[in-house]
Design a protein around this ligand. Structure first.
Ligand code: ATP
Ligand code: MG
Length: 339
């Protein structure tokens, strides 16, 4: 039996370069070796985008197109929608009794997100979403979780839930999942301040045109210490240089030398960088174009994935109910509506 991977994305917008280096590269690499489940976490959108639910459907479609275009293969991997797996919702309920309020309030990623997205009156659902994320992972008994650095506190929370569930109910139902952080744990956005993020306008998406990519890169923050073209640059403190080292590492020696001697200015440096990125993205964008023209494809993939995910999660749920002694085998009611 292959080990399992579970990871995913919030449908808050199209995927960007941060996802690519933080998680997607690992996902594509591992999909032959592992039984992969990729979740589109629509409950998590409600945490800080409650008034934008009308965009969720289109964002789900965009994300699946992005998956396909980077090389995720729905024949090998299961792609599904979180809210369409009832077992995840039920597990979230059970797990919520294993986590204290102060523990949730200490989660640094939740605190950061509330601050970055300007959420002042944090809801019960927002504070508790790491529990629902634990349910996502544990519903599939995933062994490995490829994520960006911001997700590590949630994996730790999941591991605590595993320990406490197994201890409280006296049965080793769950094993401890391990995180797998990408080669670049966090890619800073074009604002040079925050993590590149769908919810902030600081990203370069696969779905962007080459012209839009160039516009975004040209607007990017570079070296805050270099005020004039003639000033010598500081590549190690420049955000554009970070992108060079991630996306065109073989050019960094030359870029560094020209920057440090002021032989290149920031504007031409960014124009060249945009060109490199566009070259890097050509294939992904061509594939994306090909999938966009097939309107039912995404929804058919999601229907098949959701069906498979439901079956796996339902098995785990039954095991959980038994361990908790709340499976009531003599109670015969169908869960279908109206029966
Ligand atoms: P949002 O702004 O809506 O939170 P996001 O850009 O943070 O969107 P998520 O869907 O929250 O994207 O994250 C999906 C996965 O991608 C997570 O594993 C996360 O750690 C990873 N990830 C997202 N942004 C980056 C980044 N800038 N660098 C590295 N990894 C990232
Ligand atoms: Mg996020």
């Amino acid at each position: 039996m292959k080990q399992r991977i579970l990871t995913g994305d919030r449908p808050t917008g199209p995927l960007h370069l941060g996802h690519y280096v933080g998680s997607l590269v690992n996902r594509v690499k591992l999909q032959d070796e592992y039984d992969c489940f990729f979740i589109i976490a629509d409950y998590q959108v409600l945490t800080d985008h409650l008034k934008e639910t009308a965009t969720i459907g289109e964002n789900i479609r965009e994300i699946v197109l992005d998956y396909l275009s980077v090389g995720i293969d729905p024949q090998k991997s299961t792609i599904f929608i979180q809210s369409k797996i009832p077992a995840i919702t039920e597990l979230t309920m059970y797990f919520s009794f294993l986590v204290t309020l102060p523990r949730l309030q200490r989660n640094p990623t939740v605190k950061d997100e509330a601050k970055t997205y300007g959420v002042t009156n944090i809801s019960y659902g927002f504070l508790g979403y790491p529990i629902s994320q634990a349910a996502d992972i544990l519903a599939f008994k995933a062994d490995l979780i490829p994520v960006g650095q911001d997700q590590l506190p949630h994996i730790e929370q999941t591991r605590e839930i595993v320990r406490s569930f197994n201890r409280v109910f006296g049965k080793e139902v769950f094993a401890l999942p391990e995180p797998l952080v990408g080669e670049i744990p966090v890619l800073v956005g074009t604002d040079g301040t925050n993590k590149m993020s769908k919810s902030l306008d600081n990203f370069v998406a696969f779905a962007h045109s080459p012209e839009e990519t160039e516009r975004r890169i040209l607007n990017m923050v570079t070296d805050r210490k270099r005020a004039y073209r003639k000033d010598l640059g500081h590549p190690d403190e420049c955000f554009a240089f970070k992108y060079w080292s991630v996306f065109a590492p073989t050019d960094t020696l030359l870029v560094r030398q020209e920057c440090e001697t002021a032989a290149r200015g920031c504007k031409e440096c960014k124009a060249q960088l945009a060109k490199k990125l566009n070259e890097h993205l050509v294939e992904i964008r061509e594939r994306r174009q090909c999938y966009v023209s097939q309107p039912d494809l995404v929804w058919d993939i999601l229907a098949a994935g959701t069906k498979r995910a439901r079956a796996v999660a339902a098995e785990t749920l039954e095991e959980v109910r038994e361990a908790m002694k709340i499976s009531f085998p003599r109670l015969r009611v169908s869960m279908k509506r109206g029966k």
